[in-house]
Design a protein. Structure first.
Length: 275
């Protein structure tokens, strides 16, 4: 397999058509992963993490004739890699992702794409008129998937370059604070709290039992809902719950948003850094 330092442009032959894959001109590639806070990988730490920040991931789903979105609280981690340490594993045109290899492991990274030539053919030494599609990889693109384990993240981080090396290469980055941390914390609570018999639940402002929001004691868990005692027995579903107030009622400490940027010397812009 070719390494990315051999060229900025690669041609992949697929179904009698040539597809062009373009990479940034720099000698490095900045990538990021986004891991939901409900997974152990979100707590991963390593000196080669350049930026770590709290984010809200949105997911699109399809159900029969309609689509809908869900959201999860997540942690984004940025890494930088020298292109000589990355191989191109692409064997066909996926039209959505480009496959690369780092440390013997394969990853899909996000890209933009389109039809027709995007570059001067003379620039890339391209002469075949069967060219059909191009994929363009940019700096700061996404490593596809959110189920990264700590083991896989460690393997990834050990092949990344350090923040000190990044500064020498002129790599900069921005660590932006969430605009709606309240919503983020609600998502953290929703994904972190496991309600069982004997615990307390608080209803959201849209629901009440005899004008009372609780807390109410959980009598039993029944499949996807809970049986609750509140003067009378009633059923509570996830959509009925105020998750932040339920966390307080059960004395559950939720992890706060994490922000830090090891590429920036101004540390007071960020907080909850491990350093």
């Amino acid at each position: 397999m070719k390494t990315l330092d051999e060229s900025n442009h690669f041609i992949v032959r697929h179904r009698d058509k040539d597809c062009l894959i373009s990479f940034p001109k720099e000698d490095y590639l900045v990538l990021y992963v986004s891991v939901p806070v409900s997974l152990a990988g979100s707590k991963f730490e390593h000196p080669n993490i350049l930026i770590k920040s709290a984010k809200i991931n949105e997911y699109k789903h399809y159900r029969k004739d309609r689509k809908y979105w869900t959201a999860k609280a997540a942690i984004q981690m940025y890494f930088a890699f020298m292109k000589k340490d990355i191989t191109l594993e692409q064997t066909k045109c996926n039209f959505s992702y480009v496959q690369i290899g780092i440390g013997g492991d394969k990853f899909l990274i996000s890209c933009s794409g389109g039809t027709g030539p995007m570059f001067d053919k003379a620039e890339i030494g391209y002469e075949n008129d069967s060219f059909e599609w191009y994929d363009k990889v940019s700096q700061g693109c996404y490593l596809a998937g959110d189920g990264y384990s700590q083991k896989r993240l460690k393997a990834l981080a050990e092949h990344a370059i350090s923040p000190e090396e990044c500064r020498k290469l002129g790599i900069v980055g921005d660590c932006t604070k969430l605009m709606n941390e309240q919503y983020y914390m609600e998502l953290v609570a929703r994904s972190s709290i496991k309600l069982n018999k004997g615990m307390k639940v608080v209803l959201s402002s849209a629901y009440s039992m005899h004008n009372n929001h609780g807390p109410f004691e959980i009598v039993a868990k029944v499949k996807k809902h809970w049986l609750v005692q509140g003067g009378c027995m009633f059923h509570v579903y996830r959509k009925h719950i105020d998750w932040l107030e339920t966390a307080k009622a059960n004395n559950i400490q939720l992890p706060p948003p994490v922000y830090y940027n090891r590429l920036d010397d101004v540390d007071d812009l960020f907080y909850n850094s491990p350093e």
